[in-house]
Design a protein around this ligand. Sequence first.
Ligand code: AMP
Ligand code: MG
Length: 491
Amino acid sequence: MTAFPFDNSYARLPERFFARRTPTPAEAPRLIRLNRDLADELGLDAGWLAGPEGVAALAGNAVPEGADPIAAAYAGHQFGQFVPQLGDGRAVLLGEVIDRNGRRRDIQLKGSGPTPFSRRGDGRAALGPVLREYLVSEAMAALGIPTTRALAAVATGEPVVRETRLPGAVLTRVAASHIRVGTFQYFAARGDAEALRALADHVLARHYPEAAEAANPYRALLDGVVAAQAELVARWLLVGFVHGVMNTDNMAVAGETIDYGPCAFLDAYDPRTVFSSIDRNGRYAYGEQPRIALWNLTRLAETLLPLLADDETAAVAEAEAALAGYAPRFEAAYHGGLGRKLGLGSLQPDDPALSGDLLKRMAENQADFTLTFRTLCAAAERPEATAAVRDLFVDPTAFDTWADRWRERLAREDRDPAATAAGMRAVNPAFIPRNHRVEAMIEAAVERNDFEPFAELLEVLSRPYADQPAHARYAEAPEGGGVGYRTFCGT
Ligand code: AMP
Ligand code: MG
């Protein structure tokens, strides 16, 4: 029986795109969690996956039939510094399957041992970061944000040595593809025009088939990636997500959120928020993300120059025109989204000023990002509910004076207040992966081998827009607004 109906298009690309490498077996694999819904969506047999043969495959102890395990080559700008060779140092792509919706999906093991791209790393992953990626990526999916998914987490039964000895684990990650801006940079840096064209053609066919029909397919490809990233980053901002390490090797050309290392969600709203301990200059702060995404896209555009036009001046003009599409696309997605968060169906010219003013007052008053918007939903319906919003502000009158203008604007919407509130609840989550909850979940698993908090948090976060009174504590902000919270890279 073929457990995975693999069809491995990336492995059919030229040899210099990757290194063939089987995963390194784990000593004592044990399934922590299988994502049964996702298994079904992929057309995989969840029962088999949860059994001994499935777990062996998910741990890297057995290579399933039809797999062609490879570690992909890529480069990347890390904190602005170009590194010509990075690559999958602790991951192997088992292969691709076509899911029930006809979409091609990568199935990758992360933490499955060294590869030719490991440099000084051990190719392994610690349990804490694996659970964090599993939980946060699934939470993002439930929020409706394009993201890689988590199919399974398996404990290896082996320690990994970081600052201390930690339990090891392997994550099975599912993605539209793992092709990154850095993949293009890898070939561009080598002057390998042939590989660049093959890669671009692969991405066109796989992710932007309509662009392949355009008069200039490579320009249309760039337009497509620009649009996808503009929308993605807008959606991050709208839920208070900080990716934390937006290096060009961590930006997927398919437009999915990828590489959940030091990511975290805002508690109190402050656009300068940085969680990652290695991001000393705040390059990847919450409010910098739109600018950084454009910077990364500019790096992608540079790699495509030889494909955009025959002469360089014309190619640069094409690249600039494509990149000029970013700002309007981002603004429309961001301001449209903010408007919906405020219950405004159609965006009016003054609305960005209205939402911007709220955000400014939230920042000045350390208001919790998620709670402000969620409590605002009830306030749209019942003026008495306003107290719960204003209490989130250090100076509640800062909210009151804004709220007068908001109510005037809402009145012009001419919509039933209950419908407005319902619409707002569908875009303002009650539940996000709160940092203090994520930390407690990791501590329980790592220190006490207790996976109950992981399972419960996952369950709550699978319905982020529903009121779940029994789980109200998961919606609460941490003491002190979460100021000073730090994350560490997922290595
Ligand atoms: P990241 O910061 O996780 O996006 O990783 C950046 C680069 O370091 C990628 O090339 C990874 O494959 C590599 N890397 C990260 N952790 C490890 C590890 N434990 N062993 C080998 N390579 C790693
Ligand atoms: Mg990475």
